[in-house]
Design a binder for this molecule. Sequence first.
Ligand code: C5P
Length: 238
Amino acid sequence: FLVATLITEGKAKQLYTTENEEVVRVHYLNQATALNGKRKESVAEKGLVNNEIDSLIFNYLNESGIKTHFIEKISASDQLVYKMQMVPLEVVIRNFASGSFQKKFQVAYLKPFDRPVHEYYLKSDALDDPFINESQIQALALATPADLAVISRLAEQVNMALRQLFAKIDIDLVDFKLEFGKTPDGEIRVADEISPDSCRLVDQETHQSLDKDVFRHRSGDVMSGYRTVLDRLLAVLN
Ligand code: C5P
């Protein structure tokens, strides 16, 4: 038995080694951040709830035949995933206008898009995750055109699967962020996290935000929306 070593710490998670060098343990923290980490607060129960929501979603994606890093949830706040060589991009998919898109183009909140919008951002705390286009990604050799095609197709598949899943529980998937990694044999898979921290989720009837916008806008009890998402997912999954 080897003692687990901290590999890296993100804004809301820690990654630890396991006995299997191909497998990493993800530990979810009770921490919420906004403004790219410049505002940071402790939020009780957030780690447990996000670990559970993320595990349900990744299980569902695995069962839908979409390749992901996820192996299994092993405790209230921990899960096992395959170790991935991460692609340094954040891929944002939008079904309705909100957030930075709404602000940038001054369109109505929740204006629906005929086709989902795909955006890429460079993962860089120092540069504040700048927007990057496909030719800039090639110029910086961040991903090959073939890799980018796989990433874009996987992102579309995740969007279709999750829109369907959330529609069953009366929630619109407004937008979300994905990250991707490569296995040692070069297969690209969905990695990182999918939770109300990384998705905008809006109740179809009331248009109430059930995601991190509540924390960003200090508009109420952030965990109440997260728990609603979890309770509704549990009612249709497992
Ligand atoms: O802020 P913006 O509108 O560009 O965010 C789009 C989506 O990506 C939102 O669901 C947001 O939660 C997610 N996102 C994220 N991590 C970032 C930036 C955006 O999870 N660093």
